[in-house]
Design a protein around this ligand. Structure first.
Ligand code: AMP
Ligand code: ZN
Length: 464
Protein backbone atom coordinates (compact mmCIF):
# COMPACT_ATOMS: atom_id res chain seq x y z
CA UNK A 1 0.00 0.00 0.00
CA UNK A 2 1.33 3.36 -0.95
CA UNK A 3 0.48 6.44 1.05
CA UNK A 4 -1.44 9.44 -0.13
CA UNK A 5 0.72 12.47 -0.80
CA UNK A 6 -0.15 16.00 -1.83
CA UNK A 7 2.00 18.90 -2.91
CA UNK A 8 1.52 21.54 -0.23
CA UNK A 9 2.01 25.12 -1.43
CA UNK A 10 2.66 26.18 2.16
CA UNK A 11 5.77 24.03 2.55
CA UNK A 12 6.60 23.71 -1.16
CA UNK A 13 6.94 19.97 -0.67
CA UNK A 14 5.03 16.85 -1.57
CA UNK A 15 3.93 15.57 1.82
CA UNK A 16 2.15 12.57 3.23
CA UNK A 17 -1.46 13.53 3.83
CA UNK A 18 -2.43 13.21 7.48
CA UNK A 19 -5.91 14.49 8.23
CA UNK A 20 -6.71 15.91 11.65
CA UNK A 21 -9.28 13.25 12.34
CA UNK A 22 -8.48 9.70 11.28
CA UNK A 23 -11.30 9.04 8.85
CA UNK A 24 -12.77 12.43 8.05
CA UNK A 25 -11.33 15.16 5.86
CA UNK A 26 -12.35 18.80 6.11
CA UNK A 27 -11.89 20.78 2.92
CA UNK A 28 -12.62 24.31 1.79
CA UNK A 29 -12.52 25.40 -1.84
CA UNK A 30 -12.87 28.94 -3.15
CA UNK A 31 -16.02 29.23 -5.19
CA UNK A 32 -16.97 31.59 -7.99
CA UNK A 33 -17.75 35.27 -7.98
CA UNK A 34 -21.21 35.18 -9.47
CA UNK A 35 -21.24 38.18 -11.78
CA UNK A 36 -21.32 36.27 -15.06
CA UNK A 37 -21.34 32.73 -16.43
CA UNK A 38 -18.21 30.98 -15.22
CA UNK A 39 -15.72 30.05 -17.94
CA UNK A 40 -14.15 26.64 -18.43
CA UNK A 41 -10.98 27.87 -16.69
CA UNK A 42 -13.03 28.31 -13.53
CA UNK A 43 -14.57 24.95 -14.24
CA UNK A 44 -11.14 23.39 -14.46
CA UNK A 45 -10.65 24.50 -10.85
CA UNK A 46 -14.02 22.98 -9.89
CA UNK A 47 -13.13 19.74 -11.64
CA UNK A 48 -9.86 19.55 -9.75
CA UNK A 49 -11.74 20.04 -6.47
CA UNK A 50 -14.14 17.32 -7.52
CA UNK A 51 -11.36 14.94 -8.50
CA UNK A 52 -9.47 15.36 -5.23
CA UNK A 53 -12.65 14.90 -3.19
CA UNK A 54 -13.73 11.86 -5.19
CA UNK A 55 -10.30 10.35 -4.68
CA UNK A 56 -10.38 11.00 -0.93
CA UNK A 57 -13.70 9.13 -0.84
CA UNK A 58 -12.19 6.34 -2.92
CA UNK A 59 -9.52 6.08 -0.21
CA UNK A 60 -12.26 5.58 2.35
CA UNK A 61 -12.42 9.01 3.93
CA UNK A 62 -15.61 10.83 4.78
CA UNK A 63 -15.33 14.32 3.36
CA UNK A 64 -16.86 17.51 4.69
CA UNK A 65 -16.66 20.02 1.86
CA UNK A 66 -17.46 23.71 1.94
CA UNK A 67 -17.43 26.02 -1.08
CA UNK A 68 -18.37 29.68 -0.86
CA UNK A 69 -20.32 31.79 -3.30
CA UNK A 70 -18.99 35.34 -3.56
CA UNK A 71 -22.19 37.28 -4.10
CA UNK A 72 -20.98 40.69 -3.02
CA UNK A 73 -17.81 42.41 -4.22
CA UNK A 74 -16.76 45.23 -6.55
CA UNK A 75 -17.71 43.30 -9.71
CA UNK A 76 -21.10 41.97 -8.64
CA UNK A 77 -22.13 45.44 -7.48
CA UNK A 78 -20.86 47.12 -10.65
CA UNK A 79 -22.58 44.71 -13.04
CA UNK A 80 -25.89 44.40 -11.17
CA UNK A 81 -26.16 48.19 -11.36
CA UNK A 82 -25.37 48.13 -15.07
CA UNK A 83 -28.25 45.70 -15.60
CA UNK A 84 -30.58 47.63 -13.31
CA UNK A 85 -31.12 44.64 -11.05
CA UNK A 86 -30.87 44.17 -7.31
CA UNK A 87 -27.68 42.49 -6.19
CA UNK A 88 -29.68 39.49 -4.99
CA UNK A 89 -31.63 39.05 -8.22
CA UNK A 90 -28.46 39.42 -10.26
CA UNK A 91 -26.27 37.03 -8.27
CA UNK A 92 -28.97 34.41 -7.84
CA UNK A 93 -29.27 34.13 -11.58
CA UNK A 94 -25.56 33.40 -12.02
CA UNK A 95 -25.44 31.13 -8.97
CA UNK A 96 -28.13 28.97 -10.55
CA UNK A 97 -26.28 28.95 -13.85
CA UNK A 98 -23.11 27.91 -12.03
CA UNK A 99 -24.83 25.01 -10.25
CA UNK A 100 -26.26 23.89 -13.55
CA UNK A 101 -22.75 23.83 -15.05
CA UNK A 102 -21.50 21.72 -12.16
CA UNK A 103 -24.32 19.26 -12.67
CA UNK A 104 -23.73 19.08 -16.42
CA UNK A 105 -20.07 18.30 -15.86
CA UNK A 106 -20.98 15.67 -13.26
CA UNK A 107 -19.20 17.62 -10.54
CA UNK A 108 -20.55 16.75 -7.11
CA UNK A 109 -22.21 19.68 -5.45
CA UNK A 110 -20.97 20.50 -1.95
CA UNK A 111 -23.62 20.21 0.74
CA UNK A 112 -22.41 23.42 2.35
CA UNK A 113 -22.30 26.43 0.02
CA UNK A 114 -22.50 29.59 2.09
CA UNK A 115 -23.10 32.92 0.44
CA UNK A 116 -21.06 35.91 1.52
CA UNK A 117 -24.15 38.08 1.97
CA UNK A 118 -25.54 35.59 4.47
CA UNK A 119 -22.45 35.50 6.65
CA UNK A 120 -21.88 39.19 7.35
CA UNK A 121 -22.30 38.77 11.10
CA UNK A 122 -19.35 36.42 11.37
CA UNK A 123 -17.21 38.75 9.28
CA UNK A 124 -18.03 41.69 11.54
CA UNK A 125 -17.04 39.59 14.55
CA UNK A 126 -13.69 38.75 13.01
CA UNK A 127 -12.96 42.37 12.09
CA UNK A 128 -13.88 43.43 15.63
CA UNK A 129 -11.48 40.89 17.03
CA UNK A 130 -8.68 42.20 14.81
CA UNK A 131 -9.47 45.76 15.89
CA UNK A 132 -9.43 44.77 19.56
CA UNK A 133 -6.05 43.14 19.14
CA UNK A 134 -4.66 46.24 17.44
CA UNK A 135 -3.98 44.34 14.20
CA UNK A 136 -6.62 46.18 12.22
CA UNK A 137 -7.10 49.94 12.10
CA UNK A 138 -9.61 52.43 10.79
CA UNK A 139 -8.86 54.70 7.85
CA UNK A 140 -11.20 57.14 6.15
CA UNK A 141 -12.54 54.66 3.59
CA UNK A 142 -12.49 51.43 5.57
CA UNK A 143 -10.90 49.14 8.12
CA UNK A 144 -7.52 47.74 7.14
CA UNK A 145 -5.29 44.86 8.20
CA UNK A 146 -1.82 45.98 9.16
CA UNK A 147 0.50 43.44 7.60
CA UNK A 148 3.44 44.37 9.77
CA UNK A 149 1.48 43.22 12.84
CA UNK A 150 1.42 39.63 11.63
CA UNK A 151 4.84 38.05 11.71
CA UNK A 152 4.18 35.31 9.16
CA UNK A 153 2.60 37.54 6.55
CA UNK A 154 3.28 36.34 3.03
CA UNK A 155 4.62 32.85 3.86
CA UNK A 156 2.29 31.04 1.49
CA UNK A 157 3.28 33.24 -1.44
CA UNK A 158 6.96 33.13 -0.44
CA UNK A 159 7.17 36.89 -0.14
CA UNK A 160 10.27 38.60 1.19
CA UNK A 161 8.57 39.69 4.35
CA UNK A 162 11.27 41.92 5.82
CA UNK A 163 11.68 43.87 2.62
CA UNK A 164 7.97 44.18 2.29
CA UNK A 165 7.45 45.37 5.84
CA UNK A 166 10.12 48.01 5.52
CA UNK A 167 8.10 49.60 2.77
CA UNK A 168 4.70 48.72 4.15
CA UNK A 169 3.18 52.06 4.75
CA UNK A 170 0.52 52.20 2.07
CA UNK A 171 -2.89 50.61 1.78
CA UNK A 172 -4.81 48.84 -0.97
CA UNK A 173 -8.50 49.12 -1.32
CA UNK A 174 -8.73 47.07 -4.53
CA UNK A 175 -9.56 43.40 -4.13
CA UNK A 176 -6.96 42.18 -6.60
CA UNK A 177 -3.34 43.37 -6.72
CA UNK A 178 0.08 41.87 -7.28
CA UNK A 179 2.92 40.96 -4.97
CA UNK A 180 4.85 44.10 -5.79
CA UNK A 181 1.98 46.09 -4.39
CA UNK A 182 1.54 44.14 -1.20
CA UNK A 183 0.24 46.58 1.38
CA UNK A 184 -2.25 46.75 4.18
CA UNK A 185 -5.46 45.36 2.75
CA UNK A 186 -9.08 46.21 3.33
CA UNK A 187 -11.26 44.13 5.69
CA UNK A 188 -14.36 46.30 5.67
CA UNK A 189 -15.20 49.02 3.16
CA UNK A 190 -17.09 52.02 4.47
CA UNK A 191 -20.15 52.96 2.50
CA UNK A 192 -19.57 54.83 -0.70
CA UNK A 193 -22.55 56.16 -2.67
CA UNK A 194 -21.28 54.16 -5.68
CA UNK A 195 -22.44 51.04 -3.84
CA UNK A 196 -26.08 52.18 -4.08
CA UNK A 197 -28.29 50.08 -1.85
CA UNK A 198 -25.61 47.51 -1.06
CA UNK A 199 -24.53 48.02 2.55
CA UNK A 200 -24.89 46.63 6.05
CA UNK A 201 -25.25 48.79 9.13
CA UNK A 202 -23.06 47.13 11.74
CA UNK A 203 -21.09 47.81 14.92
CA UNK A 204 -17.98 48.49 12.88
CA UNK A 205 -19.71 50.96 10.58
CA UNK A 206 -22.01 51.10 7.57
CA UNK A 207 -20.48 49.35 4.61
CA UNK A 208 -19.60 45.96 3.15
CA UNK A 209 -16.91 43.32 3.56
CA UNK A 210 -13.62 43.20 1.67
CA UNK A 211 -13.23 40.10 -0.48
CA UNK A 212 -10.81 38.01 1.61
CA UNK A 213 -12.65 38.04 4.91
CA UNK A 214 -15.51 35.81 3.80
CA UNK A 215 -13.34 32.74 3.25
CA UNK A 216 -11.64 33.11 6.65
CA UNK A 217 -15.02 33.22 8.33
CA UNK A 218 -16.92 30.56 6.42
CA UNK A 219 -14.16 27.96 6.48
CA UNK A 220 -13.65 28.18 10.25
CA UNK A 221 -17.37 28.35 10.97
CA UNK A 222 -18.15 25.09 9.19
CA UNK A 223 -14.85 23.23 9.44
CA UNK A 224 -13.14 24.43 12.62
CA UNK A 225 -9.59 25.62 13.25
CA UNK A 226 -7.46 24.28 11.74
CA UNK A 227 -9.05 22.34 8.91
CA UNK A 228 -7.32 19.91 6.55
CA UNK A 229 -7.25 21.18 2.96
CA UNK A 230 -7.81 24.50 1.23
CA UNK A 231 -7.94 24.61 -2.57
CA UNK A 232 -8.10 27.23 -5.30
CA UNK A 233 -6.38 28.33 -8.49
CA UNK A 234 -2.76 29.56 -8.36
CA UNK A 235 -3.95 33.13 -8.92
CA UNK A 236 -5.44 33.00 -5.42
CA UNK A 237 -2.15 32.30 -3.61
CA UNK A 238 -1.59 36.03 -3.52
CA UNK A 239 -3.32 38.08 -2.27
CA UNK A 240 -6.47 36.10 -1.47
CA UNK A 241 -5.15 33.06 0.38
CA UNK A 242 -2.23 34.97 1.88
CA UNK A 243 -4.75 37.37 3.40
CA UNK A 244 -7.08 34.61 4.55
CA UNK A 245 -4.22 33.12 6.57
CA UNK A 246 -3.24 36.50 7.98
CA UNK A 247 -6.78 37.38 9.10
CA UNK A 248 -7.47 34.03 10.72
CA UNK A 249 -4.14 33.31 12.36
CA UNK A 250 -3.64 36.84 13.66
CA UNK A 251 -7.11 36.83 15.22
CA UNK A 252 -7.07 33.39 16.80
CA UNK A 253 -3.38 32.52 17.22
CA UNK A 254 -4.15 29.11 15.77
CA UNK A 255 -3.06 27.53 12.53
CA UNK A 256 -5.68 28.17 9.85
CA UNK A 257 -5.24 25.24 7.45
CA UNK A 258 -2.76 22.38 7.06
CA UNK A 259 -2.59 21.63 3.32
CA UNK A 260 -2.88 24.19 0.53
CA UNK A 261 -3.47 22.78 -2.94
CA UNK A 262 -3.50 25.02 -6.01
CA UNK A 263 -4.45 24.16 -9.54
CA UNK A 264 -2.64 25.68 -12.48
CA UNK A 265 -4.47 27.67 -15.09
CA UNK A 266 -6.25 26.78 -18.22
CA UNK A 267 -4.61 28.85 -20.96
CA UNK A 268 -5.60 30.07 -24.39
CA UNK A 269 -2.64 30.63 -26.70
CA UNK A 270 -0.32 30.72 -23.72
CA UNK A 271 -2.36 33.21 -21.71
CA UNK A 272 -4.60 32.61 -18.70
CA UNK A 273 -8.21 32.16 -19.72
CA UNK A 274 -9.96 35.03 -18.01
CA UNK A 275 -12.96 37.26 -18.23
CA UNK A 276 -10.85 40.39 -18.33
CA UNK A 277 -8.82 39.21 -21.35
CA UNK A 278 -11.98 38.13 -23.13
CA UNK A 279 -10.32 34.89 -24.26
CA UNK A 280 -12.77 32.52 -22.61
CA UNK A 281 -15.27 29.82 -23.44
CA UNK A 282 -18.24 29.10 -21.25
CA UNK A 283 -19.61 25.59 -20.96
CA UNK A 284 -22.67 26.77 -22.90
CA UNK A 285 -20.46 27.91 -25.82
CA UNK A 286 -19.01 24.43 -26.14
CA UNK A 287 -22.26 22.51 -25.67
CA UNK A 288 -23.88 24.71 -28.32
CA UNK A 289 -21.11 23.72 -30.70
CA UNK A 290 -22.09 20.10 -30.14
CA UNK A 291 -19.31 18.93 -27.82
CA UNK A 292 -20.39 16.51 -25.14
CA UNK A 293 -20.16 17.28 -21.45
CA UNK A 294 -18.27 14.01 -20.79
CA UNK A 295 -15.69 14.96 -23.38
CA UNK A 296 -15.17 18.35 -21.78
CA UNK A 297 -14.94 16.78 -18.32
CA UNK A 298 -12.44 14.18 -19.50
CA UNK A 299 -10.32 16.69 -21.39
CA UNK A 300 -10.07 19.09 -18.46
CA UNK A 301 -9.34 16.30 -15.99
CA UNK A 302 -6.73 14.39 -17.90
CA UNK A 303 -3.93 16.94 -17.45
CA UNK A 304 -2.26 16.96 -14.05
CA UNK A 305 -3.76 19.71 -11.93
CA UNK A 306 -0.42 21.42 -11.28
CA UNK A 307 0.42 21.69 -14.97
CA UNK A 308 -0.69 24.55 -17.11
CA UNK A 309 -3.01 23.38 -19.82
CA UNK A 310 -3.53 24.98 -23.20
CA UNK A 311 -7.14 24.67 -24.20
CA UNK A 312 -7.64 23.50 -27.78
CA UNK A 313 -11.09 23.03 -29.08
CA UNK A 314 -10.01 20.38 -31.56
CA UNK A 315 -8.93 18.14 -28.68
CA UNK A 316 -12.57 17.74 -27.73
CA UNK A 317 -13.19 16.02 -31.04
CA UNK A 318 -10.81 13.18 -30.23
CA UNK A 319 -12.04 12.49 -26.73
CA UNK A 320 -15.29 10.72 -27.57
CA UNK A 321 -13.21 7.93 -29.15
CA UNK A 322 -11.42 7.43 -25.86
CA UNK A 323 -14.66 7.52 -23.97
CA UNK A 324 -16.19 5.13 -26.47
CA UNK A 325 -13.51 2.64 -25.47
CA UNK A 326 -14.90 2.68 -21.95
CA UNK A 327 -18.49 2.27 -23.12
CA UNK A 328 -17.69 -0.53 -25.56
CA UNK A 329 -15.66 -2.31 -22.94
CA UNK A 330 -18.47 -2.11 -20.38
CA UNK A 331 -21.01 -3.26 -22.97
CA UNK A 332 -18.90 -6.22 -24.00
CA UNK A 333 -18.75 -7.36 -20.40
CA UNK A 334 -22.50 -7.81 -20.45
CA UNK A 335 -22.34 -10.49 -23.11
CA UNK A 336 -19.50 -12.79 -21.98
CA UNK A 337 -20.26 -16.50 -22.13
CA UNK A 338 -16.97 -18.22 -21.27
CA UNK A 339 -16.21 -20.85 -18.64
CA UNK A 340 -13.97 -18.67 -16.53
CA UNK A 341 -10.55 -16.97 -16.64
CA UNK A 342 -8.66 -17.62 -13.41
CA UNK A 343 -6.05 -14.93 -14.18
CA UNK A 344 -8.67 -12.20 -13.83
CA UNK A 345 -8.29 -11.93 -10.09
CA UNK A 346 -4.65 -11.03 -10.30
CA UNK A 347 -5.27 -8.59 -13.14
CA UNK A 348 -7.78 -6.79 -10.96
CA UNK A 349 -5.39 -6.59 -8.02
CA UNK A 350 -2.58 -5.28 -10.21
CA UNK A 351 -4.80 -2.67 -11.89
CA UNK A 352 -6.15 -1.43 -8.62
CA UNK A 353 -2.65 -1.28 -7.16
CA UNK A 354 -1.28 0.66 -10.13
CA UNK A 355 -4.16 3.09 -10.16
CA UNK A 356 -3.81 3.79 -6.47
CA UNK A 357 -0.05 4.08 -6.63
CA UNK A 358 -0.31 6.76 -9.31
CA UNK A 359 -3.17 8.68 -7.79
CA UNK A 360 -1.63 8.57 -4.31
CA UNK A 361 1.26 10.50 -5.75
CA UNK A 362 -0.33 13.94 -5.73
CA UNK A 363 -3.17 12.78 -8.02
CA UNK A 364 -1.04 11.62 -10.93
CA UNK A 365 -3.95 11.33 -13.30
CA UNK A 366 -1.97 10.20 -16.36
CA UNK A 367 -0.62 7.29 -14.36
CA UNK A 368 -4.10 6.52 -13.09
CA UNK A 369 -5.57 6.52 -16.60
CA UNK A 370 -2.69 4.42 -17.92
CA UNK A 371 -3.46 1.79 -15.27
CA UNK A 372 -7.08 1.66 -16.43
CA UNK A 373 -6.30 1.44 -20.14
CA UNK A 374 -3.66 -1.19 -19.54
CA UNK A 375 -6.19 -3.22 -17.59
CA UNK A 376 -8.75 -2.95 -20.38
CA UNK A 377 -6.24 -4.11 -22.99
CA UNK A 378 -5.38 -7.17 -20.93
CA UNK A 379 -8.99 -8.05 -20.16
CA UNK A 380 -10.00 -7.62 -23.79
CA UNK A 381 -7.55 -10.40 -24.72
CA UNK A 382 -9.25 -12.93 -22.47
CA UNK A 383 -12.81 -11.70 -22.82
CA UNK A 384 -13.89 -14.91 -24.65
CA UNK A 385 -12.88 -17.10 -21.72
CA UNK A 386 -14.50 -14.96 -19.10
CA UNK A 387 -17.52 -16.07 -17.11
CA UNK A 388 -20.35 -13.84 -15.94
CA UNK A 389 -18.77 -13.79 -12.47
CA UNK A 390 -15.43 -12.63 -13.93
CA UNK A 391 -17.23 -9.95 -15.91
CA UNK A 392 -19.06 -8.65 -12.92
CA UNK A 393 -15.81 -8.43 -10.93
CA UNK A 394 -14.26 -6.45 -13.80
CA UNK A 395 -17.28 -4.21 -14.04
CA UNK A 396 -17.18 -3.56 -10.32
CA UNK A 397 -13.59 -2.41 -10.61
CA UNK A 398 -14.36 -0.17 -13.60
CA UNK A 399 -17.16 1.48 -11.67
CA UNK A 400 -14.82 1.94 -8.72
CA UNK A 401 -12.39 3.75 -11.04
CA UNK A 402 -15.30 5.74 -12.33
CA UNK A 403 -16.27 6.83 -8.84
CA UNK A 404 -13.13 8.95 -9.25
CA UNK A 405 -13.30 9.84 -12.96
CA UNK A 406 -17.04 10.33 -13.29
CA UNK A 407 -17.20 9.82 -17.06
CA UNK A 408 -18.50 6.30 -17.60
CA UNK A 409 -21.94 6.25 -16.03
CA UNK A 410 -22.87 9.82 -16.67
CA UNK A 411 -23.07 9.21 -20.39
CA UNK A 412 -25.38 6.29 -19.82
CA UNK A 413 -27.66 8.25 -17.51
CA UNK A 414 -27.85 11.04 -20.02
CA UNK A 415 -28.61 8.68 -22.87
CA UNK A 416 -31.31 6.98 -20.83
CA UNK A 417 -32.98 10.27 -20.18
CA UNK A 418 -32.80 11.16 -23.88
CA UNK A 419 -34.48 7.86 -24.73
CA UNK A 420 -37.14 8.42 -22.12
CA UNK A 421 -37.86 11.82 -23.55
CA UNK A 422 -38.36 10.29 -27.01
CA UNK A 423 -40.61 7.57 -25.65
CA UNK A 424 -42.75 10.17 -23.93
CA UNK A 425 -42.92 12.21 -27.10
CA UNK A 426 -44.09 9.17 -29.00
CA UNK A 427 -46.79 8.49 -26.42
CA UNK A 428 -47.95 12.06 -26.74
CA UNK A 429 -48.07 11.79 -30.52
CA UNK A 430 -50.12 8.61 -30.26
CA UNK A 431 -52.62 10.21 -27.92
CA UNK A 432 -52.94 13.07 -30.35
CA UNK A 433 -53.42 10.51 -33.12
CA UNK A 434 -50.33 11.76 -34.95
CA UNK A 435 -49.38 8.20 -35.94
CA UNK A 436 -46.85 9.24 -38.50
CA UNK A 437 -44.83 11.13 -35.91
CA UNK A 438 -45.18 8.23 -33.46
CA UNK A 439 -43.88 5.78 -36.05
CA UNK A 440 -41.00 8.04 -36.96
CA UNK A 441 -39.91 8.16 -33.34
CA UNK A 442 -40.22 4.38 -33.07
CA UNK A 443 -38.01 3.98 -36.15
CA UNK A 444 -35.45 6.46 -34.88
CA UNK A 445 -35.22 4.54 -31.61
CA UNK A 446 -34.93 1.26 -33.47
CA UNK A 447 -31.94 2.60 -35.31
CA UNK A 448 -30.29 3.25 -31.95
CA UNK A 449 -31.00 -0.35 -30.97
CA UNK A 450 -33.94 0.49 -28.73
CA UNK A 451 -37.16 -1.45 -29.02
CA UNK A 452 -40.47 -0.56 -27.48
CA UNK A 453 -42.91 -2.94 -25.86
CA UNK A 454 -46.48 -2.15 -24.97
CA UNK A 455 -47.25 -3.59 -21.56
CA UNK A 456 -50.31 -3.23 -19.31
CA UNK A 457 -48.25 -0.80 -17.26
CA UNK A 458 -47.45 1.36 -20.26
CA UNK A 459 -44.63 1.44 -22.76
CA UNK A 460 -41.30 -0.12 -21.80
CA UNK A 461 -38.08 0.18 -23.74
CA UNK A 462 -35.07 -2.06 -23.93
CA UNK A 463 -31.73 -2.14 -25.67
CA UNK A 464 -31.01 -4.98 -28.06
P1 AMP B 1 -13.12 33.48 -9.48
O1 AMP B 1 -14.59 33.44 -9.77
O2 AMP B 1 -12.34 34.35 -10.40
O3 AMP B 1 -12.84 33.79 -8.02
O4 AMP B 1 -12.55 32.02 -9.76
C1 AMP B 1 -13.04 30.82 -9.21
C2 AMP B 1 -11.94 29.77 -9.26
O5 AMP B 1 -11.48 29.55 -10.60
C3 AMP B 1 -10.69 30.14 -8.47
O6 AMP B 1 -10.19 29.00 -7.80
C4 AMP B 1 -9.71 30.60 -9.53
O7 AMP B 1 -8.39 30.48 -9.13
C5 AMP B 1 -10.04 29.64 -10.65
N1 AMP B 1 -9.63 30.08 -11.99
C6 AMP B 1 -9.86 31.30 -12.57
N2 AMP B 1 -9.34 31.33 -13.83
C7 AMP B 1 -8.80 30.12 -14.06
C8 AMP B 1 -8.12 29.51 -15.20
N3 AMP B 1 -7.93 30.15 -16.34
N4 AMP B 1 -7.70 28.23 -15.06
C9 AMP B 1 -7.91 27.54 -13.91
N5 AMP B 1 -8.53 28.04 -12.83
C10 AMP B 1 -8.98 29.32 -12.89
ZN1 ZN C 1 -11.72 32.29 -1.11
Amino acid sequence: MTMLKFYNTLTRKTEEFKPISKDKVTIYTCGPTVYNYVHIGNLRAMLVYDLVIRYLKFKGYKVKWVMNITDVDDKTIRDSQKEGKTLKEFTEFYTKAFLKDLKTLNINIPKIMPKATEEIEGMVELVKKLLEKGIAYRADDGIYFSIKKFKDYGKLANLDIDKLKAGASGRVNAQEYDKENAHDFVLWKFYDSKDGDVFWKTDIGKGRPGWHIECSVMSSKYLGKPFDIHMGGVDLIFPHHTNEIAQSEAAYDKKFCNYWMHNEHLLVNGEKMSKSLGNFYTLRDLLDKGYRAEAIRYELLSTHYRNKMDFREENLKKIPETLQKFYDFLDKLDSVKGKGAPEIKEMIDVALGNFEKAMDNDINISGGLAAIFDFMTKVNKIMNDMSKTDASAVKKLMLKFDSVLGVMEHEKAELDSEIEKMVEEREKARKEKDFEKADNIRDALKEEGIILEDTPKGVRWKKV
